[in-house]
Design a protein around this ligand. Structure first.
Ligand SMILES: Cc1cc2nc3c(=O)[nH]c(=O)nc-3n(C[C@H](O)[C@H](O)[C@H](O)COP(=O)(O)OP(=O)(O)OC[C@H]3O[C@@H](n4cnc5c(N)ncnc54)[C@H](O)[C@@H]3O)c2cc1C
Length: 462
C-alpha cells in the first residue's frame, strides 16, 4: 500500500476529498483548502512531473483562457504566472479551399484571448495546489467506487484497495466520473454522448510553419466535415488538432490508417506541403473521442458535488469547458462561504450554475457548426450582415455572442438571451424592410432599429 494513501486514511484525515487532479481538481482544492483546511486530491494518473506511461504522456493540445478563467486565476493569485506561458491571440484566420484567408477579430476593440499548452497550465495548477497549505495530492490512486452516504472512496493504490472516509466528496473526475456514477445509483439520470467526430493532436514545427502564418491568431481550415485548427506556440511553432467524422465519409477516422496522409494532403495541400513531419504523426498519433455529458443532478445532500466535465462536458469549439469548470469551483466556494450548511450550499451551487451551463453547452455545439462552415467571402447573408451592422451601430447594446462569452463575466445564459433577441430583431427588420436593409445608410438603419425596439418597449441602449 502506498505510504501516502495509508497516511491519508489514518489519524489525520482530511474533511474533503476532491476526486480528479485534471484542470478543475487543483483549482477546487485550492479554494476549499483556504476555507476548510485539509483537502485531499486523489487522481489515478501519475504526478504530471513524473508521467511515463501512454495515458500520462503530456498532450500537445492547446487550450484558451478567457475572462471567466482569468477571474479565477486572479483570485488564486496565479494570473501572472499563467500569463507568462500564454500566447495572446486577437482573432481567427480562416484558410479557405481557394487559398484565400479571412480574418475575424475576436472582439471589436482588439481584445485578446490567451492560448496556453494544456500540460503547461496543468503543471502550474498542480504545483500551486501542492504549495497550498492543507492540500495533499495523492497521485497513482484510482477511485474504484464512491459511497455518497458515508461518504467514502474505495481507492486502488499500488498495493491494493483501501476505503477512505471523508465528510464531503467533490467529483472533478471528468467525463467518466465515478462520483457521477454514484449519483446515478441514487436514481438520477445522466447521459454521456460520444460525438460523431474525433480529433488528433498534430504539431507543426517552428521552422516550417512559423514563418508562414501570423502568430497572433488561431488558424483554421474549414473543409465541410473536416476541420484543422492550429494555435501558435511560444517557440514559434503551432499545435494543431485535426477534427474528422468518426465514420461515414471518405476522409474519416475509420479510413485505413495508411491512407490518412494522402487524404490529409488532398484536403489540406498547403498544410501537407508546409510540414512533411505531419504524415508520420497521422500514422501514429492517437485518435481522441469527444464526449458531452449531461447529468440530471450534480449534488447529493451535503456530501457530494460534481464540478466541470464530470457534470457538463461540452463540444470544445467555444473554448469554454475548462473556463466554465473553473467558474464552477468559484461558485461552489462562494456558496460554501455564504453561511449555509453544506446541504443548502450544495443545492444553491447547483441552482446557480445550471442555467449558465445549459446555455454554454448549446452555444458550444452551435459554434462547431460555424467553424466547419466556410465564412461567406463576398456578400454575407442578409441576416448576418445586418447583425454585423447593428453591432457596429449600437456597440454597447448589441455585443456579439463570442465577445460576451470570452471577454465579459456575464453569465452564459444572459449572453445567450441577448443573442436570441438580436436574431429575432434582425429577422423582424428584414421581414419589415426587405433583404436590402443591411445596405441602408446609418441614419435609416438607426431609425428603423430604434422604432422597432420602441414598438416592443425595448430601450435601444442596455
Ligand atoms: C479538443 C479539446 C479542446 C479543448 N479546448 C478548450 C479550450 O480551449 N478552453 C477551455 O476552456 N476548455 C477546452 N476544452 C475543455 C477542457 O479540456 C475540459 O473542459 C477540462 O479539461 C475539464 O476539466 P475537468 O477537471 O472537469 O476534467 P479533466 O481535466 O478531464 O480531469 C479529470 C481528472 O480526473 C481523473 N480521474 C478520472 N477518473 C478517475 C478515477 N476513477 N480515479 C481517480 N482519478 C480519476 C483523471 O485522471 C483526470 O486527471 C477542450 C477539450 C477538448 C477535448
Amino acid at each position: 500500500m502506498s505510504a501516502d494513501l495509508v497516511g491519508a486514511s489514518s489519524g489525520d484525515r482530511a474533511r474533503v476529498a476532491v476526486v480528479g487532479a485534471g484542470m478543475s481538481g487543483p483549482v477546487t482544492a485550492i479554494y476549499l483548502a483556504r476555507r476548510f483546511g485539509r483537502v485531499d486530491i486523489v487522481d489515478q494518473r501519475a504526478h504530471p512531473g513524473h508521467a511515463s506511461g501512454q495515458q500520462d504522456r503530456p498532450r500537445s493540445l492547446t487550450v484558451i483562457l478567457s475572462a471567466h478563467g482569468w477571474r479565477v486565476l486572479d483570485e488564486l493569485g496565479m494570473a501572472e504566472a499563467v500569463r507568462d506561458v500564454c500566447t495572446p491571440l486577437s482573432g481567427r484566420r480562416a484558410h479557405l479551399p481557394d487559398g484565400t484567408e479571412v480574418f475575424t477579430a475576436y472582439g471589436r476593440d482588439g481584445q485578446q484571448i490567451w492560448a496556453v499548452k494544456r500540460d503547461e497550465l496543468h503543471r502550474l495548477l498542480v504545483d500551486r495546489a501542492q504549495a497550498t497549505s492543507g492540500v495533499r495530492l495523492l497521485f497513482g490512486a484510482r477511485v474504484l467506487d464512491v459511497d455518497v452516504d458515508e461518504p467514502a472512496l474505495l481507492v486502488e493504490g499500488t498495493e491494493g484497495a483501501l476505503r477512505m472516509r471523508y465528510e464531503h466528496v467533490i467529483g472533478c473526475d471528468g467525463v467518466h466520473s465515478r462520483v457521477r456514477a454514484a449519483l446515478t445509483r441514487r436514481g438520477f439520470d445522466s447521459q454521456v454522448h460520444r460525438l460523431p467526430w474525433g480529433y488528433m493532436d498534430l504539431d507543426l514545427r517552428p521552422q516550417q510553419a512559423g514563418a508562414r502564418w501570423a502568430t497572433d491568431a488561431f488558424h483554421y481550415w474549414p473543409r465541410g466535415g473536416a476541420l484543422f485548427g492550429a494555435f501558435p506556440t511560444r517557440d514559434g511553432g503551432f499545435t494543431g488538432s485535426l477534427f474528422l467524422p468518426l465514420r461515414g465519409a471518405e476522409f474519416c477516422w475509420d479510413a485505413p490508417r495508411d491512407r490518412l496522409p494522402a487524404l490529409f494532403a488532398r484536403a489540406f495541400p498547403d498544410l501537407a506541403a508546409c510540414d512533411d513531419g505531419l504524415a508520420a504523426q497521422l500514422l501514429t498519433r492517437p485518435i481522441n473521442p469527444v464526449h458531452t455529458v449531461h447529468s440530471d443532478r450534480w449534488t447529493w445532500q451535503g456530501t457530494a458535488a460534481l464540478v466541470g466535465d464530470a457534470c457538463h462536458a461540452m463540444a470544445p469549439f467555444m473554448g469554454q469547458g475548462m473556463n466554465c469548470a473553473f467558474e464552477d469551483a468559484r461558485v461552489l466556494d462562494q456558496c460554501l462561504g455564504s453561511g449555509l450548511e453544506w446541504p443548502d450550499a450544495l443545492a444553491a451551487y447547483e441552482r446557480r450554475r445550471r442555467k449558465d451551463v445549459d446555455a454554454i453547452v448549446a452555444i458550444s455545439h452551435e459554434h462547431y457548426l460555424t467553424l466547419t462552415r466556410p465564412p461567406e467571402q463576398a456578400e454575407p447573408a442578409p441576416a448576418q450582415a445586418l447583425r454585423q451592422r447593428l453591432t457596429d451601430l449600437f456597440p454597447e447594446r448589441f455585443v456579439p455572442l463570442y465577445e460576451r462569452c470570452a471577454f465579459t463575466h456575464q453569465g452564459y445564459a444572459e449572453a445567450q438571451r441577448h443573442e436570441q433577441a438580436l436574431h429575432e430583431l434582425t429577422a423582424r427588420l428584414l421581414t419589415e424592410h426587405g433583404p436590402a436593409l443591411p445596405g441602408a445608410d446609418d441614419d435609416r438603419l438607426r431609425r428603423v432599429t430604434v422604432d422597432s425596439l420602441a414598438e416592443r418597449n425595448t430601450p435601444p441602449t442596455p
